[in-house]
Design a protein around this ligand. Structure first.
Ligand SMILES: Nc1ncnc2c1ncn2[C@@H]1O[C@H](COP(=O)(O)OP(=O)(O)O)[C@@H](O)[C@H]1O
Ligand SMILES: [Mg+2]
Length: 329
């Protein structure tokens, strides 16, 4: 019996026990992560169509295995909080039990925003909705004592973001240590609002023909720095600009639309430090070329330009982060 078959059987038993499927349902289970980690699957049957995320099994290296059950629980709880603030921007949590998170599945025609951006298709209304949603989440979770207590733990965030990104690029570029250290220390001190922690176009599922979108993958959510999530959207739009310079005006417009929607929605309830936002964006750019998980779509010349922009953002910052598009053209 293969590992996959064993996993499918265990999952089927779990879904039956939890009343999510019936004994006579014929279900099809297929991986959604391209089969590499195989911990996100679609489950489809006559009466069901949902997504299940699993805590990885014991065959994984110890560190990953130890981290995963807690991350899955964080994701389920964060999705519930996010859904209670804005119901239609996240999948509904159908169940969270025994290492399985069961969530609503997006309509099948929806696409990852990353794919559309890489294709050069930049829907400004998606950028607007994404900024608005983040603004509402930040505004509504700031000063919430329950959220503060429930998302105080930053272990996964440190393991999966701070160490492989900020600290890895600091080691690689010691001459940038001062601004990177400032960024990290500001982040350490900020416990302002719920931070998604992976707010990238890869984790945004969109209706290609409409304005609907969901933000998924909340496993490193924590109470933290409000500049972190917007920096990831801005940084990723910069990376797409390097990949497809001809679409630069579209990506730049999306960055401005996103940031404008975010700050308007804050309605002065969140202090988004523009200098920290610029530094975070610089760190992210550098992290995605020299950190532990570089993006897979840039050539050497584009990677060099990313380093130049990141240096500019960290050492000689413009007034606002989106000015980098003018400075670089
Ligand atoms: N609710 C969902 N509806 C449809 N597809 C989903 C859903 N959740 C996840 N996926 C698909 O599974 C992929 C991996 O899920 P994600 O939660 O981002 O996990 P990770 O990136 O940690 O593997 C996503 O990129 C997306 O293609
Ligand atoms: Mg993801």
């Amino acid at each position: 019996m293969t590992a996959a078959a064993t996993d499918s059987r265990a999952l089927t038993v779990h879904l039956l026990e939890r009343g999510l499927i019936d004994a006579d349902d014929e279900i099809d289970i297929s991986p959604l992560t391209g089969g590499v980690s195989n911990d996100v699957v679609a489950v489809r049957g006559q009466r069901c169509d949902f997504v299940v995320k699993r805590a990885l099994d014991r065959l994984r290296v110890e560190q990953t295995w130890l981290a995963d059950p807690a991350r899955l629980d964080t994701e389920g709880r964060a999705l519930r909080v996010a859904g209670s603030v804005i119901a239609d921007r996240v999948p509904r949590v159908l169940d969270l039990d025994d290492g399985y998170l069961v969530i609503e599945r997006a309509p099948h025609r929806w696409r990852m925003w990353k794919e559309m951006l890489l294709d050069g298709v930049v829907h400004q209304h998606i950028a607007e909705q994404l900024g608005r949603a983040l603004g509402i989440w930040q505004r509504e979770t700031a000063g919430n004592a329950v959220v503060a207590a429930d998302f105080a733990d930053r272990t996964a965030f440190v393991q999966l973001r701070l160490d492989p990104f900020h600290r890895a690029v600091r080691d690689r570029h010691p001459d940038l240590a001062v601004p990177i250290d400032r960024t990290v220390s500001a982040m350490d001190q900020a416990a302002v609002c719920l931070v998604h922690g992976d707010y990238t176009p890869k984790n945004v599922l969109v209706d290609p023909d409409g304005a609907d979108l969901w933000v998924i993958d909340w496993e490193v959510a924590h109470l933290g720095d409000p500049t972190f999530d917007p920096a990831w959207i801005l940084g990723h739009l910069l990376l797409k600009t390097l990949h497809r310079p001809v679409v630069a005006p579209g990506y730049a417009a999306a960055a401005r639309v996103f940031l404008d929607a975010l700050t308007r929605t804050h309605d002065a309830a969140i202090d988004l430090d523009p200098e920290q936002l610029i530094r975070q964006t610089g760190c992210l750019l550098l992290a995605r070329v020299d950190g532990k998980s570089p993006v897979d779509y840039l050539d050497d010349a584009a990677r060099d330009r990313a380093r130049t922009w990141a240096r500019r953002l960290l050492m000689n910052p413009p007034v606002t982060v989106t000015d980098i598009w003018e400075l670089s053209s």
